[in-house]
Design a protein around this ligand. Structure first.
Ligand code: ADP
Length: 247
């Protein structure tokens, strides 16, 4: 099979910051509807990898193909339009608005040249907001002010603000940071459901959470992939224990 069969095919990717290679000849492949966790020590290049995929940082060398299209020279806006959604560590919700209005504000109106013509009728937008609210388990909180949500619910709302744009690839940087144990467990279930219709990359440090997600884990170290496999297999891998799990 050729690399165009992958949803995401990253090959020989390098980015240098003043001569230091934060990503150093990395190749990384993802299928459709895959939930992938990326782990590794601080400074391994995890956040930089997501920055490169979403166009926030530009590669020095190499290629990032998404649905067969080269992303390395596309604008950040265009990459969003192509179907890549990125969540950063700190939620950027509108605390003074309701959950409904936060989702409404993120509804993708006006894409491309004919954007002005692409306004959807209100009913269609409302239905889509309800659907996303169910996915993030906030369908009973639509009229609540976002600032009054729990920390975990705010994180889910931000995921919802990405989902409403219907991304095919969702990039999440430490989505459970600061969450309670029950919120972490709920988030694992929520992400597994979300990944049934799209691919999700999760950077994570919480090994219990990584295990509850299941699926394939990629270990980054010094800007390269050190190992890939199930969390259970990686826990037996001497190289992974030495650079990360043993600490
Ligand atoms: P991780 O997310 O795995 O902790 P990062 O991707 O944040 O690692 O960082 C990888 C390395 O690249 C670190 O040594 C970091 O200091 C460096 N780095 C990241 N972004 C920049 C930047 N914009 N300028 C200079 N160095 C950077």
């Amino acid at each position: 099979s050729s690399n165009t069969d992958f949803l995401l095919a990253i090959e020989d990717l390098t980015v240098s910051f003043d001569g230091f290679k934060a990503i150093a000849g990395l190749s990384f492949y993802m299928d459709k509807n895959e939930l992938r966790v990326v782990i590794g020590p601080n400074g391994a290049g995890k956040t930089t990898l997501l920055d490169l995929i979403c166009g926030k940082t530009r590669a020095t060398e190499g290629s990032i193909k998404f649905k067969g299209k080269e992303l390395t020279r596309m604008s950040e806006h265009r990459i969003v339009w192509e179907g890549v959604g990125r969540k950063f560590q700190n939620p950027s919700i509108y605390e003074g608005l309701t959950v409904f209005d936060n989702l409404e504000a993120s509804y993708p109106r006006g894409r491309g040249v004919f954007g002005a013509l692409a306004f959807k009728c209100d009913e269609e937008v409302v239905e889509r907001i309800r659907q996303v609210a169910r996915e993030i388990q906030l369908d009973d909180k639509l009229e609540q002010e976002a600032g009054l949500l729990s920390h975990g619910q705010k994180q889910w709302l931000e995921i919802g603000m990405l989902l409403i744009q219907d991304p095919e690839l969702l990039l999440l940087d430490e989505p459970v940071a600061g969450m309670s144990l029950s919120e972490r467990l709920e988030t694992a279930e929520l992400l597994k459901t979300i990944a049934k219709g799209r691919s999700v990359v999760v950077i994570e440090h919480d090994m219990a959470f990584v295990k509850s997600l299941g699926g394939k884990v990629t270990v980054l170290h010094q800007g390269k992939i050190l190992a890939e496999g199930s969390m259970e297999a990686l826990q037996q891998d001497r190289r992974v224990i030495d650079v990360y799990l043993g600490h």
